[in-house]
Design a protein around this ligand. Structure first.
Ligand SMILES: Nc1nc2c(ncn2[C@@H]2O[C@H](COP(=O)(O)OP(=O)(O)OP(=O)(O)O)[C@@H](O)[C@H]2O)c(=O)[nH]1
Ligand SMILES: [Mg+2]
Length: 260
C-alpha cells in the first residue's frame, strides 16, 4: 500500500515537472509576443460535469443557464483584455458509447466547433474531480471527441472541475491515483490539464492561468506546423487557425512567416 502510494507520488511529481518544462519551453518561444486578443473556446463533456459553470467562471458572470440544453449555447465576454467566445456543446451521457448517443447529439457536437469560425483555439474537455474515471468513461470520451477527427486532440485541454473536492491533494496526485484511463486521457491531450473550482468565482488566478494555457496550446501548434509541415499540406481548418494566430500575435522578426 505504502509502496503504491510512493510510486503515485513520484509519478505525480514527474507529471508536474513535465508540464512545467513544456510550459517553460513554450513561454521562451513566446518572449516578445503579445497575448491573443481573441480566444474561442468549446466546452465538452458528459452530463453535469460542470460545463456551464466553467463557462461562467471563464466569463466571470452568469452567462450560462445551469439548465441542460440539447443544443449548443454560445456566449461572449471581455476577460483580461481578451474577447472570449465560449461554446457549450450539449452533454453526452456518462456511460453511453458514441454509438448509443442520438444522431442529434452527435450533429450538435460536430456543429459546436463551427460556431466560432474559423475554429476554436481550444476544446476544453470537462472532467469532474471525484466522479471516477475508468475504462467506460475513457471509451465514451474518446468516441465522442473522435467525432471531431483525430486532430482535435492536439488542441484539447482536460479541464477538471470540482477542484474544491481535491482538498489537500494536488491535481497531479489525483491523476496518478485515479488510474491508467485518466492518465491515458491526459497524455492523449499532450499533458495539458487545468483545474477549476467553480464555487470560487473570486479566484481570478485560476482563469488567468487557464487562458495562458490555451495560448500556450496555440503557440505550440503554430511552432509544430510551421517547423515540421510544409504549409502546402496544411488542411483548410489549420490554415484558418494559423491565420488567426499570425494576425493576433506580433512575432519577433526572425520568426519564419507562413504564407497563407
Ligand atoms: N462544488 C462544486 N460544484 C460544481 C462545480 N462545478 C459545477 N458544480 C455544480 O454541478 C452542477 C452541474 O453543473 P453545470 O455547470 O450545470 O454542469 P453541466 O455540465 O453544464 O450540466 P449539463 O449541461 O446539464 O450537462 C451544478 O449544481 C453546479 O453548481 C465545482 O467546481 N464545484
Ligand atoms: Mg450545461
Amino acid at each position: 500500500m505504502k509502496e503504491r502510494r510512493r510510486a503515485e507520488e513520484e509519478r505525480a511529481r514527474e507529471r508536474m515537472k513535465r508540464m512545467k518544462k513544456q510550459k517553460g519551453s513554450i513561454r521562451s518561444q513566446m518572449s516578445g509576443t503579445q497575448h491573443l486578443s481573441e480566444l474561442r473556446i468549446v466546452l465538452m463533456g458528459y452530463r453535469d460535469a460542470g460545463k456551464s459553470s466553467a463557462g461562467n467562471s471563464i466569463l466571470g458572470r452568469e452567462e450560462f443557464d445551469l439548465k441542460t440544453s440539447a443544443q449548443c449555447v454560445r456566449r461572449h465576454g471581455e476577460v483580461a483584455d481578451r474577447h472570449i467566445t465560449v461554446i457549450e456543446a450539449p452533454a453526452w451521457w456518462r456511460s453511453y458509447t458514441v454509438e448509443e448517443s442520438s444522431e442529434l447529439l452527435k450533429q450538435e457536437i460536430v456543429l459546436s466547433v463551427s460556431l466560432c469560425p474559423p475554429g476554436p483555439h481550444a476544446v476544453l474537455l470537462i472532467i469532474p474531480v471525484g466522479a471516477g474515471f475508468k475504462e467506460t468513461e475513457r471509451e465514451v470520451v474518446q468516441g465522442h471527441l473522435d467525432l471531431l477527427g483525430e486532430r482535435v486532440w492536439s488542441h484539447t485541454i482536460v479541464l477538471f472541475t470540482f477542484g474544491d473536492y481535491l482538498l489537500d491533494t494536488s491535481i497531479e496526485q489525483h491523476i496518478e491515483s485515479e488510474g491508467q484511463d485518466l492518465q491515458w486521457l491526459v497524455d492523449k491531450c499532450g499533458n495539458r490539464y487545468h483545474v477549476l473550482n467553480n464555487q470560487n468565482r473570486s479566484d481570478h488566478t485560476q482563469i488567468k492561468q487557464l487562458l495562458e494555457k490555451i495560448e500556450e496550446t496555440v503557440i505550440n501548434l503554430y511552432e509544430y506546423f510551421t517547423h515540421t509541415v510544409s504549409d502546402v499540406f496544411l488542411p483548410n481548418y489549420f490554415r484558418a487557425f494559423l491565420d488567426v494566430v499570425l494576425n493576433s500575435l506580433k512575432f519577433p522578426s526572425h520568426r519564419p512567416q507562413v504564407k497563407l
